[in-house]
Design a protein around this ligand. Structure first.
Ligand SMILES: [Zn+2]
Length: 359
């Protein structure tokens, strides 16, 4: 049975086409109606693959080309002559396959985001040169100084014991050049941050909330854990990993500027993952044992930060840490005193670990 297919014939020389009808017979021969074209067997024709409703072409050995929108008729002729339709088209028409492909694609995206990007970020963080750490840390501290922090109100005399304790705790590690800086916390209140080059920022408000030198010491150890495990870098690279990938491939250190722009807001606004907090806690716990510090100090300190959440600004001096915890009214968004906990999420299990560190 003949199949007539309407389409356009190109002469293979110019871009102009002529509307024609191709006549295809059941024995596999094709001719063009009303055109001196001769007959061409199906075996000598190159068919373009069927993709959706995109017009399909038949390329002839004489250089001419037939193009048409009637994909069904071409498939019917191919099938009549015993030719299979393309596997792509068969898959495309298969609803179950389309659903399975969508599910597979969603899974690939999910796995990439959940495990792929963190893994790549860790690899990149481990390979970044020290000069990148320093550049990011300096840029981040500068940005935080301009936008949030104030000059520390603590005198040299008040800073000295904190600094001495910090240096004692940092002395064990010769690979990281730890450095403590003091700042007024501004609206962010009591907090501590670890920058990638080993600089740890502690706010006056956090120091004034501490009732025992080992409470502050335990928080500083926790922050050192963030530095040693390169958490700030890993976190920021997770947010800007494409830029970092190009840094690694092209080797252009100046593209680390992307991280300098991103890190201040990531440090202040978003919490580290539970995985990072646990790593920093593990580090702090191990060092506390080495230094014979009682781990309950960190639990007590975290509890006090939470209890004093209702006392904002200078009123912190009125907080003796015995107030009842009011989690409903003092939210991290409205209370500066809870910001340490919002950037270092605590929970009962975490503080319980420090109360029973051998568990
Ligand atoms: Zn932390």
């Amino acid at each position: 049975m003949n199949i007539r297919i309407s389409g356009r014939l190109y002469d293979g020389v110019s871009a102009t086409s002529t509307p024609v009808k191709a006549v295809c017979d059941g024995s596999g021969w094709l001719s063009i109606e009303d055109v001196d074209f001769g007959a061409i067997t199906i075996a000598d024709i190159q068919f373009s693959e069927r993709v959706g409703t995109i017009p399909r072409t038949m390329q002839f050995p004489n250089g001419k080309m037939f193009e048409c929108d009637d994909n069904d008729s071409i498939d019917r002729w191919l099938s009549q002559c015993g030719h299979q339709t393309s596997w792509q088209h068969r898959l495309e028409r298969n609803g179950s396959f389309a659903v399975a492909a969508l599910v597979a694609l969603a899974l690939v995206i999910l796995v990439s985001v959940r495990w792929g990007i963190p893994q790549i970020s860790n690899l990149i963080a481990a390979r970044l040169p020290t000069e990148v750490d320093v550049m990011i840390a300096n840029g981040t501290l500068e940005a935080l100084d301009e936008t949030i922090f104030e000059r520390s109100k603590l005198s040299d005399l008040e800073q000295r014991p904190v600094l001495e304790r910090f240096n004692q705790l940092a002395a064990y590690n010769h690979e990281v050049n730890f450095n403590l800086v003091f700042r007024g916390g501004g609206w962010i209140g009591p907090n501590a941050f670890a920058l990638p080059n080993g600089t740890i920022i502690v706010t006056d408000e956090l120091i004034s909330l501490s009732k025992h030198e080992d409470e502050l010491g335990s928080v500083l150890l926790h922050e050192m854990g963030h530095v040693v495990h390169r958490h700030s870098l890993r976190q920021v690279i997770r947010h800007s990993w494409l830029a970092m990938l190009s840094l690694l491939i092209v080797g252009d250190v100046s593209s680390a500027g992307t991280l300098v722009l991103a890190l201040p807001s990531i440090l202040v606004q978003s919490a580290y993952s539970q995985e990072f907090e646990t790593e920093a806690d593990d580090f702090a716990l191990a060092r506390m044992r080495e230094h014979n510090l009682d781990p309950t100090h960190l639990a007590n300190f975290l509890d006090r930060i939470e209890r004093c959440a209702a006392f904002d600004g200078d009123a912190i001096s009125e907080c003796d840490g015995s107030a009842t915890i009011n989690r409903e009214n003092a939210t991290p968004q409205t209370s500066g005193w809870l910001r340490y906990l919002s950037t270092h999420p605590t929970n009962e299990r975490r503080t319980a670990r420090f109360r029973r560190p051998k568990d």
